[in-house]
Design a protein. Structure first.
Length: 119
């Protein structure tokens, strides 16, 4: 077993603090949901056979912004960028209450293909 680095040991210690752990888990979930949304947009782009440059043109966004969004490890796009891309891809970005989301998860809704996941 490889020995743990000082940074890993420090992080392990920080996670013992309930307040820190809660903040860490909330941030992790936010990142996971953003990543899921970006992946959905990129999958749709590929399915439609669009290059990143063509999608950028259709969405009215700088090509380098789209390229960075789909190639960065942890992108941090604005809501306006996500909506513009979704519109260009004929998708909706929908905010759903957690209560509604849990009910929807139990009952598949007809006509939801082509939609970005709710955030």
């Amino acid at each position: 077993m490889a020995s743990r680095t000082g940074a890993q040991l420090y992080f392990d210690q920080q996670l013992k603090d309930p307040e820190y752990r809660t903040a860490y888990e909330e941030a992790s979930e936010r990142i996971r949901r953003t990543d899921s949304l970006v992946r959905s947009l990129d999958e749709r782009r590929q399915a439609k056979g669009l290059s990143k440059a063509e999608l950028a043109r259709q969405a009215g966004i700088a090509p380098e912004a789209v390229r960075r969004l789909f190639s960065m490890q942890s992108p941090n796009p604005t809501a306006a960028t996500l909506v513009a891309l979704a519109e260009a891809l004929e998708m909706d970005v929908v905010a759903v209450s957690r209560e509604d989301r849990s009910q929807t998860a139990r009952r598949p809704t007809a006509g939801t293909e082509g939609r970005a996941p709710a955030v």
